[in-house]
Design a protein around this ligand. Structure first.
Ligand code: ZN
Length: 65
């Protein structure tokens, strides 16, 4: 079963909100490299879902913040 969602990510550099559309199975994880729509800097988004389909999202900048 595929889980679709859109998530709001706060940019680790400028704190602006970016919306990402993701497509993820339950109980899986994915890493997305995204560019901020405001400051254009790249950041890493680590997304995990548990077996119930709940999302856990972690954002990292280039310094590993
Ligand atoms: Zn930004």
């Amino acid at each position: 079963m595929i889980h679709f969602d859109s998530i709001e990510i706060s940019c680790p550099y400028c704190s602006e909100i970016n919306v990402l559309n993701i497509e993820l199975e339950k109980a899986s994880s994915d890493v997305i490299i995204s560019d901020c729509g405001v400051c254009c800097r790249a950041f890493e988004v680590i997304i995990r879902t548990d077996p119930d389909g709940n999302l856990n999202v972690e954002v990292k900048n280039e310094e590993g913040f």
